[in-house]
Design a protein around this ligand. Sequence first.
Ligand SMILES: *[C@@H]1O[C@H](CO)[C@@H](O)[C@H](O)[C@H]1NC(C)=O
Ligand SMILES: *[C@@H]1O[C@H](CO)[C@@H](O)[C@H](O)[C@H]1NC(C)=O
Ligand SMILES: *[C@@H]1O[C@H](CO)[C@@H](O)[C@H](O)[C@H]1NC(C)=O
Length: 414
Amino acid sequence: MAVCTLLSFIWFTILLLIQPYPSFGSRTLSAIVTNPPPPLGICASAVTKYGYKCQEIDVTTEDGYILSVQRIPVGRHGGGGGGGGGGGGRRRQPVLLQHGVLVDGMTWLLNSPEQSLALILADSGFDVWIANTRGTSYSRRHVSLDPDRPEFWNWTWDEIAARDLPAVIAYIFQQTGQKIHYVGHSLGTLIALASLSEGKQVDKMKSAALLSPIAYLSHMTTALGVVAAKVFVGEVTIVFGLAEFNPKGDDVSRFLKGLCADPKVDCYDLMSALTGKNCCLNASTVDVFLRSEPQSTSTKNLVHLAQTVRDGVLAKYDYGNPAFNIEHYGMPMPPIYNLSNIPKDFPLFISYGGQDALSDPKDVANLLDDLKLHDEGKLSVQYIKEYAHADFIMGVTAKDVIYDKIISFFQRNQ
Ligand SMILES: *[C@@H]1O[C@H](CO)[C@@H](O)[C@H](O)[C@H]1NC(C)=O
Ligand SMILES: *[C@@H]1O[C@H](CO)[C@@H](O)[C@H](O)[C@H]1NC(C)=O
Ligand SMILES: *[C@@H]1O[C@H](CO)[C@@H](O)[C@H](O)[C@H]1NC(C)=O
């Protein structure tokens, strides 16, 4: 099961690439492998061309990673009233957008300005900030570690939650003097939930909108064959080691091609089974996506996600034996993130999809159970029957279905 999870994250990415095509072919795989990352920064390649101001900013984490952050301070036409529709003269409220695993901040900017959440928020009067977590193409930098060395990739989402998120939030807080609203997708929801459950960032955040939330992963359905799973275990531990996991790299691509060549593995069915059938993607947008994604992450991060599936609890990275865990945590088992500890009056908006095989409705039900004592009125939950994982960030109907609701949620919680 754990191993299948690793694959499902890869397959999620692949699904995004091939969804509009009738069948899975090696043509698509080659496209993934041969597309180089865009040479321009995110502002230049996806924001300023539409007439928005956009700043490229570097934020350094406590452990030395240099993260690329984009700020879109106003909308195209000076951008609505201050603070998302408030009266003139009020300060614009900052919103941080946090992407998921194997992608980067570009995911918020793939559709037209009228359909992309980052630009919709800017045009609605918000001060928009886009995070790019460690290891993604614009955040492959460190004050002393070289990304070609394994030490650079020695982290999981524990560190994204404990280092990247606080660094970026502290920077925004310092620049704007205001608490922020947060939007996370997929892994971006997990790191917020993990932080909030430890009482962190609560004092710097006004509210959080969580799209396609990932906390529990035990019900994620996978149609992956046992043969494929075994191959993957071998590849992960022997070929990849604890290092970079680059979906565009030769090792990973050879591995994927090998899997699809196995007669027991039907890649097309596998895809639907793993991530769900996205209802509302634009084929042109998927091509844009191809140019910048998928992005690297650390193999250790994928192993940690797999542990989450295996164990059915949300815990820190498991070093695999009690002695190592005692060395790192002072206890034989890794500490748990207890989501019931999220402050009950913290405003949360949760939106999940009926077709989402990564953020399975049963796992979302577990998350909601942890939040069952949350103050009424501080928790808004939206269920979208026809949506799957990628529809939340790239769906052509997402503005009407979700984004307008996020904006009113933020306005209610200024
Ligand atoms: C990876 O980080 C852990 C601490 O999180 C440390 O104990 C270990 O020595 C590091 N390994 C490498 C190869 O840098
Ligand atoms: C899909 O994307 C193309 C290219 O950006 C655009 O011209 C078209 O209007 C989009 N379709 C929808 C339904 O948004
Ligand atoms: C989480 O915390 C709640 C109350 O704060 C407690 O009742 C529950 O047992 C905790 N769960 C775990 C798994 O520790």
